[in-house]
Design a protein around this ligand. Structure first.
Ligand code: UTP
Length: 294
């Protein structure tokens, strides 16, 4: 019998150097895909998967993230006074319940593994989800990515990683998994490697930013061993955990956009714009104008 996944960790302490100068004073997680901050899209995904407690690993200059998940008293009072009740209701619907968020600072961006380790006291002794906020997912008919991971966890237990297929010449930029018995949508993971040198990746399935992990990962990350890029890597911690616990992959059948990079961010804005019935016809007309004659 598996435990319920109630808590999710959102590491938001990275520097966002791929997106400078935009991220000099605005956290990259607060840049918008259409009209919602990237981070709000990811919190929505977690909520839909049944998450009840949202844990943000922040850093200096990330204070607006905390404000975003609080009541904006003056704004809300003004919206009500001006009769903009639809907008006010929408803000209220997005707001997590009081006490359902926790914020802790990573202090130094020592790597994703270190950021996740910073959540140890708040997570405690239960399995939990990790969502990388710059990876924004578009649901498939089967649902959103974390919900698919939770389904896989209920079936297999242990640890779950969402994966996505990329071209072989792109694998060196990501964490890559090796797979055992491939049974389609979910399968056993037999190995992992962070940023493998070109031509050495064990598959073209990359770790795409959604995980369900056992709390035993914390004592492994505690050792603070540095890996690729001199950072404390979550993938290295998971490799050690995989010696004693099972790992399954979920081949997410929707679409993932890396909003921490310029191209992924622009593609996400177009895809989510085209998925919005009010915007789609006008956006499509603009795109046709822009691309005619190219
Ligand atoms: P990235 O490597 O994509 O984030 O980490 P980054 O370091 O901000 O990006 P660049 O490469 O400089 O542009 C994936 C996620 O992990 C978080 C980031 O905020 C991002 O959401 N992270 C990374 C931390 O919270 N702490 C870290 O030390 C590193």
């Amino acid at each position: 019998m598996t435990k319920r996944i109630r808590k999710a960790v959102f590491p938001v302490a990275g520097l966002g150097t791929r997106f400078l100068p935009a991220t000099k004073s605005v956290p990259k997680e607060m840049m918008t895909v259409v009209d919602r901050p990237v981070l709000q899209h990811v919190v929505d995904e977690a909520r839909e998967a049944g998450i009840e407690h949202f844990i943000f690993i922040t850093g200096r200059n990330k204070g607006v993230i905390e404000d975003h998940f609080d009541i904006a008293y003056e704004l809300e009072e003004t919206l009500q006074r001006r009769g903009k009740l639809k907008e006010w209701e929408a803000l209220k619907a997005d707001l997590p319940a009081a006490g359902a968020t926790s914020f802790t600072r990573q202090q130094e961006p020592l790597g994703l593994g270190h950021a996740v380790w910073c959540a140890r006291e708040i997570v405690g002794d239960e399995p939990f989800a990790v969502l990388l906020p710059d990876m924004v997912t578009m649901a498939s008919e089967q649902g959103r990515c974390l919900a698919q991971c939770v389904d896989a966890y209920e079936k297999h237990g242990g640890n779950i990683i969402a994966v996505e297929e990329v071209a072989s010449d792109e694998t060196h930029q990501y964490g890559v998994v090796a797979i055992g018995k491939d049974s389609g949508h979910t399968f056993e993971i037999t190995g992992m490697v962070e940023k493998p040198p070109k031509g050495t990746a064990p598959s073209n399935l990359i770790i795409s930013g959604r995980y369900i992990l056992g709390p035993e990962i914390f004592s492994i990350l505690e050792k603070g061993e540095k890996g690729a890029g001199g950072e404390i890597q979550l993938t290295d911690g998971m490799k050690i955990l995989a010696k004693s616990q099972s790992f399954h992959g979920v081949r997410f059948d929707g679409k993932t956009y890396d909003c921490g990079a310029k191209l992924g961010f622009l593609a996400a804005n177009i895809a989510f714009g085209l998925a919005n019935p009010n915007l789609a016809p006008l956006l499509l007309a603009e795109l046709k104008k822009l691309t005619s004659g190219l």
